[in-house]
Design a protein around this ligand. Structure first.
Ligand SMILES: [Zn+2]
Length: 940
């Protein structure tokens, strides 16, 4: 009887599902083709319509609009689960949050919640829009999960809440339309997409996840770090290494030392399930660990930022294209190993195969989540609790520099070497690697080297930027406090309004990562051999990059602190006090938002001057004479930017004031779009600088001096100079371009390159006539093209010949370094005497002493010590000492500014933005009669 009832229930259950399944439109019915058919891609417009149809047709779906994209499209997330779970989503979301935050729960309560909760698994697609498998597997996976009635699918729906998230609607629309524009299928190609597939950042849309500059990352970050806190997140990319089908978890070393170890072992477990499933299904070609370049070191990727939040982040990089291709023959890939247990042999390859692999991989992850549902939920709690406990006691994170310190201490005490190792209680007493434990104690029990209990961000000259940093923490799910009154910690007194971040919270790894240096290991192919590049940056400490002033607190502390609710973004509270009796107002040059306000005022024709000495305000500050229009403009601009305008009862001496107007600024870009140029475009919009994008053809044709005061060249713009000894690293884009007849008319003007024979003489003329040029990173090679008396500082003499220092001697991949700054120079107004800059195998210069005396070239920033590393990896950093990081050179009536470091890197380096901002005005010179001439001294 009971059996019959159960059978009836099952029949009823299936028939209900069959009912719904009948109404689910297939991809073919909607798109006109099957997902994975050769030569067929869906646009976002079509995909959005399909997702809405699925949501309308099925009770397994909740459609969520997670926000608008940079181009104004609606970004969608499909939540898929059983109809019952869908009705209870809010409840399960709360359970997920409670376990992830691990606050105020006993172990029993955590187990009970885990037993009743549902696993939350994030699966996304389309972040990198030219990687077309990503969006298409998302569509196919959605269809299958919503329409299938097999027991495995039903189990998944009952136990898992699946967040199917579209990462980049704008990119899919652009790339699919580009591919499909050719009516002849065989001629369709993903090559030569004319612009970035994310409006500003292109591929860097996957480097924005601790910063959250872009609308898409803000939308995604909200769901990941504030709303859902999934236990597993799976981020789809392509392509797999040649000769494989895909690279997947687990990943190669190094992993980041702040992680909870459960992250690494859980990636192992889920990775094994993924690899296993493909092998069971007879799908070869999965490679892992040393089989690919992907590691878990970096924070800031969509996948990698989740590790710092105790989530199991998965990345696969799969092959596949709508245009049929082939798995090539790479002989070494055919030797089975623990990296590639099941190699794939050379063969033709179709898009649909990649879709099928992807669906299998998604099902493997979801099946894992079914089998280990309560464990996943509980382990996330456990990791959060571990973090809280580490933040509540004296704790020392293990990292290479700590271990090196232990070894150094031992080495410096040679008489101890033969001391009996009586304290070696376990293990082989003959092990010659063992050293007395007191060396451990003297480093890893040194109170000065403890991890902080928290950080205090006090009132500072650039409070609006500090709040931007605070919001980067809040929007990635960090609990932040604000002081409701003045308070004292470790003898220092802090104002009301100071910010406090304590490390006894679940996402402690992320906090440490944003404040502390990354200690990247010395990673070489073999001892004495070439370096192994990190997958992305080696060091990125956001507080350093942004120039935030903060205090590390090593002992327990408390005070009158108000806890800000999770995800509640903060806004500067300062309002402008009109002070009608004031002579005028000062906008402090140390604050980046002062530049925004100055720009707003200039746009309205209001007089703005810069203070050229330090007598009344920090040098370079903006002075605005009092007037009703100035007060109205300041009131509006200060409240929207968080800048601070201070009334002055006495105007600065006229001799110290220099009136400015907005420079006419050109920003180089290229066909297909340059990432660093796109980021500057974004920064210019944020800080209200008017910027016009130009292309190499413009440089070769228009009267530059008549149209522009300033031209900006980022890395990849100016070609390297083909002489020995010149430094030309960086992200050059000097490859082939399409033929004009193969691309639409509107993009043809974007084609072309800066050339030594045509463009460089025109840039020289522009400078000589009084223009300014800012070059950043590899484009500082312009100095060599112009024959300026500067040299590459990173060379050595071998057999009488100069050559670049090899990687075995000097290697600094993306890292944060400290430079000394001459802040009396206009280019560095508002900067401190020291600054942290982002250095990525960046150019460094020597200037001959005789040049100093002529004054033609003046250093702006330089490496003053043999240890400039602040965060990351700087092998052979002593070579940097005395090297010039940035200089200004006089060329005719104009100025060339050369900044070796990436001063606008991914719009994260707020602490270095002023190096660029200061050049973005034209200084007016006042003649004897008090009138101004705009053509005398431009762009200083
Ligand atoms: Zn990718």
């Amino acid at each position: 009887m009971r059996k019959l009832a159960a059978t009836m229930a099952i029949i009823f259950f299936y028939s209900i599902h069959a009912l719904y399944a009948q109404r689910i439109p297939t991809p073919k019915q909607h798109f006109g083709f099957n997902i994975g058919d050769d030569y067929q891609l869906a646009t976002y417009t079509q995909t959005e319509a399909y997702f809405r149809k699925l949501a309308a047709a099925s009770d397994r779906v909740r459609l969520v609009e997670i926000g608008k994209t940079e181009e104004g499209r609606t970004q969608l997330m499909l939540i898929v689960s059983s109809p019952k779970n869908i009705r209870d989503l809010e409840h399960y979301k709360t359970v997920s949050q409670q376990l992830a935050h691990a606050e105020g729960l006993t172990d029993e309560q955590a187990h009970a919640l885990a037993a009743k909760g549902k696993a939350v698994v994030w699966i996304d697609g389309g972040l990198h829009a030219t990687e077309t498998v990503g969006t298409h597997q998302l569509i196919e996976t959605a269809y299958q999960l919503i329409s299938r009635k097999d027991p495995e699918t039903l189990q998944i729906l009952d136990n898992v809440i699946i967040l199917l998230t579209h990462d980049n609607p704008d990119g899919q629309e652009l790339v699919s339309s580009w591919y499909m524009r050719n009516p002849a299928p065989e001629k369709r190609s993903l090559e030569n997409v004319p612009r970035l597939y994310e409006k500003y950042a292109g591929h860097d849309n996957n480097r924005d996840f601790f910063m959250l500059n872009l609308k898409e990352t803000q939308n995604i970050g909200r769901q990941l770090f504030i709303e859902w806190l999934p236990q597993i997140m799976y981020n789809h990319h392509q392509a797999g290494p040649a000769g494989s089908v895909l690279a997947g978890p687990p990943y190669r070393d190094p992993f980041n030392y702040v992680f909870d170890p459960l992250i690494i072992t859980s990636i192992d477990a889920v990775g094994a399930a993924m690899n296993n499933r493909l092998n069971v299904e007879g799908k070869p070609g999965y490679t892992q660990r040393s089989g690919s370049v992907f590691s878990t070191w970096y924070n800031g990727g969509l996948r990698t930022t989740t590790y710092f939040h105790n989530m199991i982040g998965l990345l696969t990089e799969i092959i596949g294209s709508p245009t049929p291709a082939a798995v090539p023959l790479i002989p070494q890939r055919l030797i089975p190993s623990s990296a590639t247990p099941n190699p794939i042999t050379p063969q033709p390859w179709h898009f649909r195969q990649s879709i099928d692999y992807s669906v299998s991989l998604n099902y493997a992850v979801l099946d894992y989540a079914v089998r280990y549902r309560d464990e996943l939920l509980y382990n996330m709690y456990r990791m959060g609790l571990n973090s809280i406990q580490r933040g509540q006691k004296d704790y020392w994170t293990l990292s290479p520099k700590r271990i090196a310190a232990i070894e150094q201490l031992y080495k410096d005490a040679p008489r101890e070497r033969r001391a009996p190792r009586a304290d070696s209680a376990a293990g082989d007493p003959e092990d010659t690697n063992a050293i007395p434990v007191k060396y451990y104690d003297s480093v890893l029990k040194d109170p000065a080297l403890r991890d902080p209990r928290g950080y205090i961000i006090p009132d500072q000259p650039d409070n609006a930027t500090a709040i931007r940093f605070i919001n980067a923490l809040i929007n990635t799910g960090i609990a932040v406090y604000q002081a409701t009154d003045a308070f004292t910690v470790s003898g220092a007194t802090y104002n009301k309004g100071s910010w406090i971040i304590k490390t006894d919270q679940a996402f402690r790894p992320h906090i440490l990562d944003m404040f502390e240096p990354q200690d990247h290991p010395n990673d070489f192919q073999y001892p004495g051999g070439p370096p192994i590049p990190p997958y992305d940056a080696a060091g990125w400490t956001l507080a350093y990059q942004m120039g935030i002033k903060f205090h590390r607190i090593l002992d327990p502390f408390d005070g009158p602190f108000r806890r800000i609710p999770y995800g509640e973004e903060q806004h500067p509270k300062k309002t402008f006090t009109a002070s009608p009796s004031a002579e005028g107002f000062i906008l402090d040059a140390r604050a980046n938002q002062s530049f925004t306000v100055a720009n707003d005022l200039l746009k309205q024709g209001i007089r703005v001057q810069r203070v050229t000495d330090a007598s009344t305000a920090p040098r370079g500050s903006f002075y605005v004479p009092n007037s009703p229009t100035a007060i109205a403009a300041l009131t509006a601009s200060v409240s929207s930017t968080g800048a601070e305008a201070t009334p002055l009862s006495q105007a600065p001496a006229p001799a110290s004031l220099s009136p400015i107007r907005p420079a006419r600024i050109a920003l180089w870009d290229t066909y297909g779009g340059s990432l660093p140029s796109g980021w500057i475009r974004w920064i210019a919009e944020q800080y209200h600088f008017p910027v016009e994008v130009i292309y190499p053809k413009d440089i070769d044709s228009v009267d530059l001096h008549a149209k522009y005061d300033l031209i900006i060249f980022v890395s990849g713009a100016i070609p390297p100079l083909p002489v020995p000894g010149a430094t030309m690293p960086g992200r050059g884009r000097f490859g082939r371009q399409p033929k004009p007849e193969d691309i639409p008319e509107e993009y043809r003007s974007h084609l072309g390159r800066i050339t030594a024979d045509k463009s460089i003489p025109r840039l020289r003329k522009f400078l000589e006539e009084g223009g300014s040029i800012v070059t950043i990173g590899a484009s500082t090679s312009l100095a060599y093209h112009l024959g300026l008396p500067v040299h590459d500082a990173l060379t050595e003499l071998v057999g009488g010949k100069e050559r670049k220092l090899p990687g075995e001697k000097f290697y600094v991949p993306g890292s944060v370094l400290q430079v000394s700054v001459d802040s009396t120079q206009q280019a560095a107004w508002g900067m401190s005497s020291k600054a942290d800059v982002y250095f990525e195998q960046s150019p460094v210069f020597n200037i001959s002493p005789s040049t100093y005396t002529t004054g033609q070239i003046r250093p702006i920033a330089w490496f003053a010590t043999d240890k400039p590393l602040r965060s990351g990896w700087a092998w052979g950093q002593a070579y940097l000492q005395n090297g010039i990081a940035a200089f200004v050179a006089t060329v005719g009536k104009g100025k060339l500014y050369a900044f070796g470091p990436e001063i606008t890197f991914r719009a994260q380096t707020h602490g270095a933005f002023k190096f660029l901002f200061n050049e973005m005005y034209t200084t007016l010179v006042i003649d004897d009669h008090g009138s101004t001439d705009t053509h005398i001294r431009q762009g200083n």
